[in-house]
Design a protein around this ligand. Structure first.
Ligand code: NAP
Length: 410
């Protein structure tokens, strides 16, 4: 076991991975980063629900050994760095962690702490389930038709930070190189970003999406891309995805082209262009179940879909490397600084990220108990301000009171 300067390792055991399956002990050590801004409020509320649900289900036979790890403003205060090396080491060593939102320090040397965490730990799959809970206000007529899981690739694409600023010697050098080598005319003062999409990166995210569909009895996987225009990046993503179906999944899955849209009892792997997809998730969301896409598309799509079922205050997320088992579950909204320490905001995004974490640990009874209690609370219209302002007859409660109501409904 590594030694840590600031992290105190509690009594408990490590979560491990064997033959691709997560092995959870009775007292797993789980890291938590409470987060900045509204982070401490929503973390406290969520932890109360997590511990109560575990106790409710296992009657004290199992429990989470929480281990505080640091990132963001608190890390800077405690460890003198916004993203201490020992935080990364602890996630690598103990495998599972959950976090609240983090402020990105301006001039702190990071593009974004969240993006850095995902890239440094190679958490290549950003998993965002999107479903509706009855009673939650939504801007669409039939939010219940949305029940999708997005697998967004986390490490490549224009998102990976390979950018050169306009009018710098570096960008000018690249502009000249492109002219000399490829005859490309790029305006000299352009800022430039690079969009790498690799066969390995594509295949591991599509593999994760198909494996999820198999495990969860889903009928289709849709590859979303803009390959009609960006042929060698987004188009290649689609081609490599279909190639993978043939190479590794031909007994359980089939591509649209190979079955003419009739997959029998196999999983149908199809593709759609990103702009059409954004229309169809509004007009016929039932046609999509599991979605695999690249980093930037996935970013837009997850938030657009979240809006259909109640907004980012309720959207959970997980960042996973299925080979190493390293995973980081997280609120998908930001730090909402104007509400910090007011005990006001909706903790549902962290709560539902915890539900994903319990599923990942194989404690699905706990996940189900939390979902049931949460649904009951929404249906009884006991909600935080964000939902209350959109609902008739709601009882508006504080963040901590909402957690208390969920615990009562367990
Ligand atoms: P934000 O913190 O997500 O807040 C935007 C708005 O969303 C809030 O003003 C609030 O809307 C609503 N909101 C967010 N979380 C909510 C919750 N739990 N319950 C209810 N409503 C919620 O976005 P931002 O203001 O653009 O970003 C603030 C900081 O967060 C930035 O430093 C950014 O870099 C960081 N950030 C971090 C993450 C992350 O850690 N994953 C993600 C995004 C942004 P109303 O004002 O309408 O009430």
């Amino acid at each position: 076991m590594s030694t840590y300067t600031h992290i105190k390792v509690p009594a408990g055991e490590k979560v491990t991975i064997k033959d691709g399956e997560i092995q959870s002990p009775d007292k797993p050590i789980v890291g938590f980063i409470e987060g900045d801004g509204i982070g401490p409020d929503i973390w406290k509320a969520s932890k109360h629900i997590f511990d109560s649900a575990v106790k409710h289900v296992f009657g004290g036979k199992k429990e989470i050994a929480w281990m505080e790890i640091y990132a963001g403003e608190k890390a800077n205060q405690v460890c003198g760095s916004y993203l201490p090396e020992e935080t990364l080491e602890a996630i690598r060593e103990f495998g599972v962690a959950i976090k609240g939102p983090l402020t990105t320090p301006i001039g702190g040397g990071f593009r974004s702490l969240n993006v850095s965490l995902r890239q440094l730990l190679d958490l290549y799959a950003c998993v965002r389930p999107v479903r509706h809970f009855p009673g939650v206000p939504s801007p669409v007529k039939r939010p219940g038709d949305v029940d999708m899981v997005i697998f967004r690739e986390n490490t490549e694409d224009v998102y990976s930070g390979l950018e050169l600023e306009s009018n710098t010697p570096e960008s000018k050098k690249l502009v000249d190189f492109c002219k000399q080598e490829f005859g490309w005319d790029i305006r000299p003062a352009s800022g430039i970003g690079i969009k790498p999409i690799s066969p390995e990166g594509t295949k591991r995210i599509v593999r994760a999406a198909i494996n999820y569909a198999i495990k969860n009895n889903r009928k289709s996987v849709t590859l979303v891309h803009k390959g009609n225009i960006m042929k060698f990046t987004e188009g290649a993503f689609m081609n490599w995805g279909y190639e993978l179906v043939k190479e590794e999944f031909s007994d359980v899955a089939v591509s649209w082209e190979d079955c003419n849209g009739d997959p029998g009892d196999k999983i149908l792997v199809k593709d759609t262009i990103a702009d059409i997809f954004l229309q169809q998730i509004l007009t016929r969301p039932k046609e999509f179940e599991v979605v695999a896409t690249m980093n930037l598309n996935g970013d837009y799509m997850s938030d657009a879909l979240a809006a259909q079922v109640g907004g980012i205050g309720i959207a959970p997320g997980a960042n996973i490397n299925y080979e190493t088992g390293a995973s980081l579950f997280e609120a998908t909204h930001g730090t909402a600084p104007k509400y910090a320490n007011l005990d006001k905001v909706n903790p549902s995004s962290v709560i539902l990220s915890g539900v994903l974490m319990f599923d990942h640990l194989g404690w699905s009874e706990v996940a189900e108990a939390i979902v049931a209690a949460l649904s009951k609370t929404y249906e009884s219209k006991i909600v935080t301000y964000d939902f209350a302002r959109l609902m008739d007859g709601a009882t508006e409660v504080k963040c901590s009171e909402f957690a208390e109501a969920v615990v009562k409904n367990l």
